[in-house]
Design a protein around this ligand. Sequence first.
Ligand code: WQD
Length: 345
Amino acid sequence: MKEKVLVTGGTGFIGSHTAVELQQEGFEVIIVDNFTNSEPFVAGRIEAITGIKPIVEPFDMCDAARLDELFVRHRGISAAIHFAALKSVGESVLKPLEYYRNNIISLLNLMASMKSHKCNALVFSSSCTVYGQPDRLPVTESDPVRPAISPYGNTKQICEEIIADTAMAQPGSLNAISLRYFNPIGAHPSALIGELPRGVPENLVPYITQTAIGLRSELSIYGNDYNTPDGTAIRDYLHVVDLAKAHVTALKRLLYGINKTQYEVFNLGTGKGVSVLEAITSFERVSGIKLPYRIAPRREGDIEKIWADPSLANRELAWKTVSSLDDAMLTAWNWEKELRKKTGK
Ligand code: WQD
């Protein structure tokens, strides 16, 4: 009998790659998605990759009744991986109430249903944004969480606290892991799933690939006056497939009871900082395309530099990134070309 795993936001960028890895590891995947940040065709792509059709329940995680009914219909869900959330830093500044309502209520609904249906293993999609601009690098899980610079980042911090307090309150009631992602990039090597930004991409790599394919005229580099070797900001870019695999490892850690405390946090990154210009150079190397760009003013809310100390995840999850920056850029580019074939534009 396959272990059933609920994957909220499972047709999204990280969620879909994780659904693929879960199915390939023999789990039965049940996806809840309202498609605000993804497309229904992704479920068919997951099936095309794995040969297994994921169960897809198309509703909003803020609908507590629908969610509880799902737990009744799919008896025996062993665990949940919670991706479903609004995730745009910029948009969250403009629509804070929507972000607080959506991102916090969806988590509270999930945890309420998990409790009443005795599902006590939760993996939470968190973000390195909780660290703000660290004083020292690389950043470890024991570095302080700083006041968030966006409502989006604040919802991640609040959700981590809700999960931590609940897991620590009654041993055995909930075992949870928060995974703090650095910058996920790239796409599945099949080029059947990848990042699907809505409208003008906020994130660097989809903007690069859309510029290279001619959808955007040039990339704006947000600032080259940072205190970094080449003046552009530094991030820790990891391949989305490496990131997805970490979710399966974290899930198994909880299901097989090898977690050391009821609540654990892991940084997921390569441990290497890469500047915007270095990322562009990597893309140009793998694509053979000279990328048009201009230097623009710094973007409000951006931090200067951050990269992970991933040693805790390396040790405790026996996980580390295996794909290089070039691998990630090449898969991102292949996905962009595939996507344009499908959409014809
Ligand atoms: C990376 C670097 C930009 C676009 C955010 C969230 C994080 C996660 C990933 C949700 C920065 C520069 C970007 C462009 C540029 N989101 N850049 N031109 O801001 O590090 O992280 O997205 O989970 O939680 O905080 O990622 O890709 O937007 O930016 O120069 O057109 O690229 O200034 O230095 P970021 P990003």
